[in-house]
Design a protein around this ligand. Structure first.
Ligand code: HMG
Ligand code: MG
Length: 311
């Protein structure tokens, strides 16, 4: 069996990880988190989202966070933009990449971005055109590609449809997301196969939440298919405010451990122990075991719960 020799990880902790936090996290702490992540060797960081502050108050400090980051050469910084208003605000902060985000399920599209799938594509089209004209790379996130919190199981045909729409408006890369972490390897395989009808393997990534502990298995399935790009979140932080029950993303350090154990290069130094990051501990729902031993911000393995507190 062959696997990609190298994997690219996009660290989504500052965005997906923190967007769901009820307690306000100060911009200075978010900036510090980004600094510690890049110090640990992460080269792709999803920093924030330019969404409505009424919908996601935690991301209201998007411009402040982007302005506060001391950028390192070789590190790319991405942001989410749901519409032209968000894109125009994001553009002022010089992102390297923007992310438009749609869903394979109609109900989730309505709950998350207040419009149908078709309407979301109409909204994204001018955003994609403007970004590409400005030389900004465009990634697309496809939510609920295996399951939806409102509609249940999602058929691969829905993913096929969405991936085709994303391609038609010029989205350069798409992420196959298991938003609520209900996927298992064969379901994820079918969602990725549907995506590959429209996108090259080099333009597809995996984005797995870990509600039932399936994210590593799903990652392994993708690796077997030749997928070599994944979104991960430090300490498994994460969750979408509009996807009830969804727990965190797969933990960056767990994926790095898996990959290095398979002799797959990530460019990340797992022995690099960055000081504990003062952000909330890994989120868990009742369906996921509480891992109080994980230390947020450490690439060196799991620490103590006391390290993971809000400053
Ligand atoms: P809407 O209410 O339909 O928007 O929200 P609207 O166009 O009718 O505007 C209403 C008000 O919002 C207006 O202000 C606009 O100016 C303002 P008012 O006149 O009432 O004062 N507004 C904005 N303000 C700031 N930035 C903007 C913006 N747009 C409008 N960009 C909208 C539509 C899409 C804006 C809203 O539904 C929204 O912001 N949704 C975002 C939800 C979200 O962020 N979800 C989490 C990210 S997705 C995710 O986590 C999944 C992912 O991880 C993959 C996976 O796991 O599945 C990526
Ligand atoms: Mg997500």
């Amino acid at each position: 069996m062959s696997f990609p020799p190298r994997v690219k990880l996009v660290e989504v902790g500052p965005r997906d990880g923190l967007q769901n936090e009820k307690q306000p996290v100060p911009a200075a702490i978010k900036i510090e988190l980004v600094h510690r992540l890049q110090a640990a060797g992460l080269k792709e960081i999803e920093v924030t989202s330019f969404v409505s502050p009424k919908w996601v108050p935690q991301m209201a400090d998007n411009a402040e966070v982007m302005a506060g980051i001391q950028r390192l050469p070789g590190v790319r910084y991405s942001v989410l933009t749901p519409n032209l208003k968000g894109f125009e605000a994001a553009l002022l902060t010089r992102p390297d990449e923007i992310v438009v985000f749609a869903a394979a399920s109609e109900a989730f599209s309505q709950k998350n971005i207040n419009c149908s799938i078709a309407e979301s594509i109409e909204r994204f089209a001018p955003v994609v055109a403007a970004a590409r004209a400005a030389g900004i790379y465009v990634r697309g996130a496809m939510s609920c590609t295996v399951g939806c919190p409102y509609e249940g199981e999602v058929a691969p045909q829905r993913v096929d449809y969405l991936a085709g729409l994303m391609k038609s408006i010029g989205v350069q890369h798409v992420g196959v997301a298991d938003t609520i972490g209900v996927g298992t390897p064969l379901k994820v395989q079918r969602a990725v196969e549907a995506t590959l009808k429209h996108y090259d393997i080099n333009d597809v990534s995996g984005h797995f939440h870990d509600t039932y502990g399936q994210a590593l298995a799903n990652t392994l399935m993708c690796l077997q298919m030749g997928v070599w790009q994944f979104d991960t979140s430090v300490a498994g932080l994460g969750g979408c405010p509009y996807a009830k029950g969804a727990t965190g993303n797969v933990a960056t350090e767990d994926v790095v451990y898996l990959l290095h154990g398979m002799d797959i290069d990530t460019g990340i130094d797992l022995s690099c122990s960055v000081p504990p990051t003062p952000v909330p501990a890994r989120r868990c729902s009742t369906s996921a075991p509480v891992d109080g031993r994980r230390r947020v911000g450490s690439m060196a393995g799991r620490g103590t719960a006391g390290d993971a507190v809000l400053a």
